[in-house]
Design a binder for this molecule. Structure first.
Ligand SMILES: [Zn+2]
Length: 166
């Protein structure tokens, strides 16, 4: 698997720059690549840049979980992690691994976002998925309590009342 940034210069030249999986996942080279000199015109006037997509796997989630400086790109991390395919991985890391407290909050937040997205959908809500996640969150009341102040209000307003229902 190849991980490449595509940096487009103001002169029109586009350069593909390869990075490692880890560098791509945590955007470790993004700022450097943005400021890089263009091989065609020699200036560092970047116009746009696209970053490679990285599937988050266990090794990367654990590295992230124990390193304060690692971020999944520059977006909201709970949104990046809020994918149905990541649920088992997130639960595994919460239950079986030591990670930083604020990273635990982000993982709980991601589970809440998945619930939110499935409640507030234009399609038919995936009730099985919602029920499963509510059940999983109820098993981890301490984690939910710790994450409470961190989770966005609009998400909390939808998800937290569901956690109180029996
Ligand atoms: Zn250029």
């Amino acid at each position: 698997m190849k991980y490449e940034y595509n940096r487009r210069c103001e002169c029109g030249h586009t350069e593909a720059i390869e990075v490692t999986r880890k560098e791509a996942c945590f955007n470790l080279k993004g700022h450097e690549i943005w400021r890089k000199k263009c091989p065609k015109c020699g200036k560092s006037n970047s116009k746009s840049m696209s970053a490679p997509f990285v599937e988050i796997e266990k090794d990367l989630l654990l590295e992230w979980g124990n390193n304060e400086n690692y971020r999944f790109l520059d977006q909201d991390e709970d949104l990046i992690l809020a994918r149905e395919s990541y649920i088992d991985l997130i639960l595994d890391v919460l239950d079986n691994h030591q990670i930083l407290q604020n990273k635990r909050n982000i993982l709980i937040g991601a589970l809440c976002v998945i619930i939110f997205d499935n409640v507030e959908t234009d399609d038919k809500p995936n009730q099985d998925l919602i029920d499963r996640l509510i059940k999983e969150l109820k098993k981890r009341p301490d984690d939910v309590k710790n994450a409470e102040s961190w989770i966005s209000d609009y998400i909390a307003e939808v998800v937290f009342p569901m956690l109180k229902e029996s």
